[in-house]
Design a protein. Structure first.
Length: 399
C-alpha cells in the first residue's frame, strides 16, 4: 500500500494530523493498535486552549464543540480558605478556554476522517517502522503491522509518530540520536469522575496543607476532581466516602458558604506526574508529535493543546513541501515546535510547584508558596502572565 504520509497512532494527534493533511490534499493512512471504542472511551484532559478550539472549528470539526463546549473566562486559585479569580477577559485580551472532553474531540475527528473516506486501521498488531533514517528524496519509509491476522505494509514518503509516550516510534530511533530531558515528581493525582453537577462554574485550583486539589468538569452533569497523593497510591485504600471527605477538606472555604456537590463515583484512578521532552523531534523521515515527544504535568492543561500545535506545524511544513518542494520547514519542524513546548513545560512546572506539597515538613517552601499565590492573585502583571499562558500562547509560526 502506498501513501504520502503514514501515521502511527489514532489518538487526537494522529487523527488531527490526518484531517489537516486531507484538507491540503495530502493522502495519509492511520495505524492504531487499539479499537475505535477503546480510543474513544479513554478519559483524558478536557481543557482546550483558545487556539485549539479555533483550529477545530475553522477546519470543520467544531460543530459539537460549539454546541456542548463550556466556555470559561477565568479560573479560581483557592488558598487560605479564600478563592481568588483570575479573569481571562481582563488579563488575556478576552480569550478563553473551552471545557470539552478529549474523547469527544477524538470521536469528532474519527467521524470526519471516515466521512471523507480516510483510511484507518484499528486493532493493528505487531506495528513497526522501517527505513525512515534517510532524509533524501529516495527514501521510502515503511510501516509494517498485522490487521485481521494478515500482514500489511504501508510505504510512504514520511512517517508521523503520534503513538504516545509508550508507543513504538520513539524507541525505534537509534540510540544516541535523541536527548531526553525529564523530571519525575514525588506525587500523583487521584482522579475521579462523578455523576454530580460541578460545584463551580469554573475550575478551582486549591492549595491546602494536606495537598493540592482540583475541581474540574466534563459536562454540566459530570464532575472531574483530583486529589494530590503518592504516585504509587493504593486505590483500594480510597473508598468513595474517604475521597469525598478529603475533597470537602481541601476545597473548603473559611466562611463555610461554598458547598461541594457529591454524586456516584463512576471512575477512579491514580496517575503519576512527570515532565518529559526529547530533542530533536525528528529523525530522517520520522517525525514525533504529541505525547510521543513530550509529556507535561496536567496542572497547566497543556498536553492535548501541545499535540494540536505540533501537528499544525507539521501539516503546514508537509503541505509546503508537496506544493513547492520547499524543505526548510520540514527540517525546522523540531526547532519550531520546541519553542512552544518548552514555554508550556515552564508554565506547567510553575503551576505544579506553586500548588503542590513537595515536602509537608518543609515550612520554608510552604511559606514561599503562599507568598507566590498571594503575589499572583494581587499583582496585575502576575495574573496576566498566568492568564496568557493558561488560555494558550500563540501557536508558533512555521516560517
Amino acid at each position: 500500500m502506498r501513501t504520502q504520509v503514514g501515521i502511527v497512532g489514532g489518538g487526537p494527534a494522529g487523527l488531527l494530523l490526518s484531517h489537516l493533511l486531507h484538507l491540503r490534499g495530502i493522502e495519509s493512512v492511520v495505524v492504531e493498535a487499539r479499537s475505535r471504542q477503546y480510543v474513544e472511551d479513554r478519559v483524558r484532559a478536557g481543557v482546550l486552549e483558545q487556539g485549539t478550539a479555533d483550529l477545530l472549528t475553522e477546519t470543520g470539526v467544531g460543530d459539537r464543540l460549539k454546541r456542548e463546549g463550556m466556555v470559561h473566562y477565568g479560573v479560581e486559585l483557592r488558598f487560605g480558605g479564600r478563592g481568588h479569580r483570575i479573569d481571562f477577559k481582563e488579563s488575556a485580551g478576552g480569550r478563553a478556554i473551552v471545557v470539552y472532553p478529549q474523547n469527544k474531540v477524538v470521536a469528532d475527528l474519527f467521524d470526519a476522517r471516515l466521512a471523507a473516506g480516510g483510511r484507518i486501521f484499528f486493532e493493528a498488531d505487531d506495528v513497526s517502522v522501517h527505513d525512515f533514517g534517510d532524509a533524501s528524496a529516495q527514501a521510502r519509509p515503511k510501516i509494517r503491522f498485522r490487521a485481521s491476522g494478515q500482514p500489511q505494509e504501508i510505504e510512504c514518503d514520511f512517517i508521523a509518530g503520534c503513538d504516545g509516550f509508550h508507543g513504538i516510534c520513539r524507541p525505534s530511533i537509534p540510540g544516541g540520536a535523541l536527548t531526553v530531558f525529564e523530571r519525575i515528581y514525588p506525587f500523583g493525582w487521584l482522579g475521579i469522575l462523578a455523576e454530580a453537577p460541578p460545584s463551580s462554574d469554573e475550575l478551582i485550583y486549591a492549595y491546602h496543607e494536606r495537598g493540592f486539589a482540583l475541581l474540574s468538569m466534563r459536562s454540566p452533569e459530570i464532575s472531574r476532581l483530583y486529589i494530590q497523593c503518592t504516585p504509587d497510591e493504593d486505590i483500594s485504600k480510597w473508598p468513595d466516602d474517604r475521597i469525598w471527605q478529603e475533597l470537602h477538606t481541601r476545597l473548603a472555604t473559611a466562611d463555610g458558604k461554598w458547598k461541594l456537590t457529591e454524586g456516584p463515583i463512576v471512575q477512579k484512578g491514580v496517575t503519576g506526574m512527570r515532565s518529559f521532552v526529547v530533542e530533536p523531534m525528528q529523525y530522517g523521515r520520522l517525525f514525533l508529535a504529541g505525547d510521543a515527544a513530550h509529556i507535561v504535568p496536567p496542572t497547566g492543561a497543556k498536553g492535548l493543546n501541545l499535540a494540536a500545535s505540533d501537528v499544525l506545524v507539521l501539516s503546514r511544513a508537509l503541505a509546503e513541501f508537496y506544493a513547492s518542494g520547499r524543505k526548510d520547514l520540514i527540517e525546522n519542524y523540531s526547532k519550531t515546535c520546541l519553542r512552544r513546548i518548552w514555554k508550556a513545560q515552564r508554565f506547567s512546572w510553575w503551576m505544579t510547584s506553586m500548588l503542590h506539597l513537595f515536602d509537608a515538613d518543609n515550612a520554608f517552601d510552604r511559606r514561599r508558596q503562599i507568598a507566590e499565590l498571594d503575589y499572583v492573585t494581587s499583582s496585575r502583571a502576575a495574573s496576566q502572565t498566568l492568564a496568557e499562558n493558561y488560555v494558550g500562547l500563540p501557536m508558533e509560526p512555521v516560517n
